[in-house]
Write a protein that binds this ligand. Structure first.
Ligand SMILES: O=C[C@H](O)COP(=O)(O)O
Length: 292
């Protein structure tokens, strides 16, 4: 039996024992100033547009530098996330800040390229200054049951990354079933993912509470079996404070308070930061204009 099949068999009981997704996720009372600030610190502030350029990414980063001065009582975001060609811009412009430099790689968002190019792209992004890499699994191979291929690809990419963190995107919107999301989570974690991430933000549906429910239970089962703590990154379509609070609640309830740190929890989003800051300003009775 292949290694990946043995692995999935080992976790099958945990999947069967996974509690059903609750009828509703109650976020009443969770929108405190503290929680909003906390969520802000979990954001991977993302720009992944065809129209991005070195100049626009530079300006994006510079806003974060001035943010530190304009909002001294706010934490910084967890990372800035950009296309690989801008890794050196992150290094140059964010060098002075305690913010991670995340880059999507390995043929993002489709993952449809050669493994040696995926490795090369990843190495190059790291050499140019990234310290976090977000890759997408080969979804088509996964759906055809070619789990070994998917596992090998992830571990090959991870093997050239040194200490840098690897986030593995499952593209849960394409995975069709909770069982597929569970199996992709287990395979990614076993192959070396430091974080498992829901979506690229380039297809619908993107992140959903139902998909995250399965992923947090897979993380929990994996920790029980291996002692390893793997992070979670819901991403794609998360734009309001309430969206983010739902994920905060799920992570807190299933994985516990110890996961509520940017070492273990990120939210990938291009629009959330402004909405969160606007809600925070309203609570504090302060004016707010779009910042990022
Ligand atoms: O990784 C992050 C996603 O690409 C962001 O998606 P979004 O633009 O829907 O927030």
């Amino acid at each position: 039996m292949e290694q990946s099949e043995q692995l999935l068999e080992k976790y099958e009981k945990d999947f069967q024992a996974m509690p059903e997704f609750p009828e509703s996720i109650d976020i009443k009372g969770l929108d405190t100033e503290d929680n909003l600030k906390r969520i802000f610190s979990f954001i991977d502030l993302t720009t992944l547009n065809t129209t991005d350029s070195a100049n626009s990414v530079q300006e994006f980063c510079d806003k974060l530098v001035s943010f530190k001065k304009d909002f001294p009582d706010m934490p910084l975001v967890g990372a800035v996330c950009v296309y690989p060609v801008f890794a050196s811009v992150l290094k140059t412009r964010l060098g002075s800040l305690n913010v991670n430099r995340a880059v999507v790689s390995a043929g993002f968002p489709s993952s449809q390229t050669f493994l040696d190019l995926k490795v090369l792209e990843t190495k190059k992004a790291l050499d140019m200054g990234a310290n976090e890499i977000d890759i997408v699994i080969s979804v088509g191979e996964f759906l055809e049951g070619n789990h070994e291929f998917v596992m090998q690809e992830i571990s090959t990419i991870k093997s050239v990354m040194g200490e840098a963190h690897l986030k593995v995107i499952l593209e849960t919107g394409a995975l069709d079933s909770p069982q597929n999301i569970w199996e992709a989570s287990i395979i990614a974690m076993e192959a070396g993912a430091d974080f498992i991430k829901t979506s690229t933000g380039k297809m619908n549906p993107a992140a959903t509470p139902e998909a995250v429910w399965v992923m947090v239970h897979a993380i929990k089962a994996f920790q029980k079996a291996t002692g390893k703590t793997i992070g979670l990154k819901p991403a794609g379509g998360i734009s309001t404070t309430d969206d983010a609070l739902v994920y905060l609640k799920i992570v807190n309830d299933v994985l516990g308070e110890e996961w509520l740190t940017s070492e273990r929890f990120r939210i990938g989003a291009s629009r959330l930061a402004n909405n969160l800051l606007a809600d925070l300003a309203e609570k504090q009775g302060k004016p707010f204009e779009k910042y990022f």
